[in-house]
Design a protein around this ligand. Structure first.
Ligand SMILES: [Zn+2]
Length: 242
C-alpha cells in the first residue's frame, strides 16, 4: 500500500492543491493535523481534505484552538490573530469535525501524532533525543509526527547508535529492520528554509519512505492572506520557508 502522509496544511489552499495534484500514485492519505491556522482558506482546505478521504486525519493545536479547545493565549501574536480569525470563519460542520477528531491514532506498526506521544497536540519532537524518547514511550515500530514544520528522519537500528539522517527529496529510504521517527514537514508553512510544500510517501510493501517537495503559487497564497486581513508576516514568511 502507498500512503501519502501530510501535515500542517495551515489553510494554504494553493500549496495543498499543488501537493495533491502532483503527488505520486497513492492508495490512501494520512493527515497529521493542523489543517487550519495561519492561512486564508480554512474551510476550503477542510473540504479538500475530506475529498481525499484521509484516514486517519488527526487534529493539531491550531485546529483545537480554532474551535476553543486550546487557549489562544498559548500562541504568539501572529498565531493568535490567525486563530481568532479562523474561529470566525469555520462552518458548523467543520467545527464539529475538528471537535470529533483525535490528536493521535495508531494503525498497525505506525503511531500517528501531531506533536509527540507525551503530549500529542502540543509537544515538539525537534532533536534526536526527543525522537528516541518518543520511540521509548510506544510499542509501534514507527512514529509519525508533524508540528515542527521541519522534515525529520530518525532511525534506531539494533546494535547501532540512533541517528538523524539527512533527507534528500525523491530518494526512497529503507524502513525494514529499524524503528523510525518520520516527520513529513509542512504542506502550507515549511520552516526548513525551503519554501516548497513538503509531504511524504510511505510504501508499506517495499518498506520505504520518500520525501516529496512541491513548488506552488506562493504569491497566490500570500495575496489570499493579505486580502483576508491576516498579519502580513504570515504572508512574507512563505517566500523564505521559515
Ligand atoms: Zn503547525
Amino acid at each position: 500500500m502507498k500512503i501519502l502522509v501530510l501535515s500542517d496544511v495551515h489553510a494554504n489552499l494553493p500549496a495543498f492543491e499543488a501537493v495533491l495534484r502532483r503527488a505520486p500514485a497513492h492508495d490512501v492519505v494520512w493527515s497529521l493535523g493542523d489543517i487550519v491556522g495561519y492561512g486564508a482558506s480554512p474551510n476550503e482546505c477542510l473540504d479538500l481534505l475530506a475529498e481525499t478521504g484521509a484516514t486517519p486525519a488527526l487534529v493539531g493545536n491550531h485546529d483545537l484552538a480554532a474551535v476553543g479547545l486550546l487557549p489562544i493565549a498559548w500562541f504568539n501574536v501572529y498565531a493568535a490573530t490567525a486563530a481568532g480569525w479562523t474561529m470566525l470563519q469555520l462552518t458548523d460542520e467543520h467545527r464539529f469535525r475538528i471537535r470529533s477528531s483525535f490528536t493521535s491514532e495508531e494503525t498497525g506498526q505506525y503511531l500517528l501524532v501531531h506533536g509527540s506521544p507525551r503530549d500529542p497536540a502540543r509537544d515538539y519532537i525537534q532533536t534526536l533525543d526527543d525522537a528516541m524518547a518518543g520511540l521509548e514511550m510506544i510499542s509501534n515500530r514507527h512514529l509519525l509526527c508533524g508540528h515542527t514544520h521541519v522534515p525529520m528522519f530518525a532511525e534506531l537500528v539494533p546494535g547501532e547508535p540512533p541517528r538523524l539522517l539527512p533527507i534528500e527529496p525523491g530518494v526512497p529510504y529503507p524502513l525494514a529492520g529499524r524503528r523510525t521517527v518520520l516527520n513529513p514537514g509542512s504542506v502550507g508553512q515549511p520552516r526548513d528554509r525551503d519554501p516548497r510544500a513538503a509531504a511524504m510517501l510511505l510504501d508499506t510493501d517495499a518498506e520505504t519512505v520518500t520525501w516529496i517537495r512541491t513548488p506552488y503559487d506562493v504569491e497566490r497564497a500570500q495575496n489570499q492572506i493579505l486580502a483576508a486581513g491576516l498579519p502580513k508576516e504570515l504572508a512574507s514568511r512563505l517566500s523564505h520557508g521559515r
